[in-house]
Design a protein around this ligand. Sequence first.
Ligand SMILES: [Zn+2]
Ligand SMILES: [Zn+2]
Length: 148
Amino acid sequence: MQTSPSVETRPFRELCADHGLTATHQRQVLYEIMQRMPGHPSPEEVYARVKKRIPAISLATVYKNIHLFVEKGVLKEVSMHHGSLRVELNSHLHHHMVCSRCKAITDIEEKDLGVLPTPGRLLGGFQVERYAIDVIGICAACQKAKHS
Ligand SMILES: [Zn+2]
Ligand SMILES: [Zn+2]
């Protein structure tokens, strides 16, 4: 398995050039802000922060650029089936714990998840490249909220 170099350490212009994307000031601000946000920010959360630096920006523009980042491979999209677009800045292999109540998505390292079967061939000759596991449950904060 190949590990790609961490995107975070590379200059934005270089990153854009590599992915065939024009590096605009707006995109750079957007990317820098997302880098500083922990976890898997939603476009609305990103918008709230970007607005402070670029007051004229609209939520639609933020959406459009995040989609473009995903489309060009600058960012990775976290699985779609949790209702809202969430993107990934953590470029090393990991899995996710998803809270079914507040939809918080937290990274979990492979070693913390336990031993997984070695990638090989599955039914029908399907060749496994990697696993991306969603552990669905209730996060600690939501458990506390329920009992108080
Ligand atoms: Zn929760
Ligand atoms: Zn993640």
